[in-house]
Design a protein around this ligand. Structure first.
Ligand code: NI
Length: 174
């Protein structure tokens, strides 16, 4: 099982809206497996296909954090938010495409999401807590939106400059 390279911001592929998945087959299931592997390896709690350079509406997540609890790997194809709570929640968010940078972001505290699973079955679920934040963050990726887009321009530019520097250093390290 392969661990895929994760794109680091700024990258034009992270700013594009991803296309709906038309065909759920073995290639897509393999991609979802590799994305989960990549996410756990990072480690992270969510990963969207554009972050590995695939501009398709697929995301994976597992927000189980309790020590010793069973993992709950999820793969959502063509997910969409169908309901949001009026109540909001603030979480300190990070992103595997923006390493080592964190910021408090306010989002609806609960969301209902509809998606197709890897067997082609329609699913929907109401998410709360960290799951709600994570699924909204990942769906944003499918629309070319990053959590830093919620920040004031100055803060966003500061983080982007740090990432440009990090990418330069990574390129130099080869
Ligand atoms: Ni992210």
């Amino acid at each position: 099982m392969a661990v895929l390279p994760i794109l680091i911001h700024p990258d034009p592929r992270l700013k594009k809206a991803a296309a709906p998945v038309a065909d759920i087959g073995s290639d897509l299931r393999r991609l979802a497996d590799e994305m989960l592997q990549t996410m756990y390896d990072a480690p992270g709690i969510g990963l969207a296909a554009p972050q590995v350079g695939v501009l398709q509406r697929l995301l994976v997540m597992d927000c189980v954090k309790e020590e010793g609890a069973a993992p709950r790997p999820m793969a959502l194809v063509n997910p969409r938010v169908t309901w949001t709570s009026d109540e909001t929640n603030v979480y300190e968010e990070g992103c595997l495409s923006i390493p080592e940078q964190y910021a408090e972001i306010e989002r609806p505290a609960e969301v209902e999401v509809a998606w197709t699973d890897l067997d082609g079955q329609a699913q929907s679920e109401r998410f709360a807590g960290l799951w709600a934040t994570c699924v909204q963050h990942e769906i944003d990726h499918l629309d070319g939106k990053l959590f830093i887009d919620y920040l004031k321009p100055l803060k966003r530019q500061m983080i982007t400059r740090k990432m440009v520097k990090l990418k330069r250093e990574l390129a130099r390290a080869g």
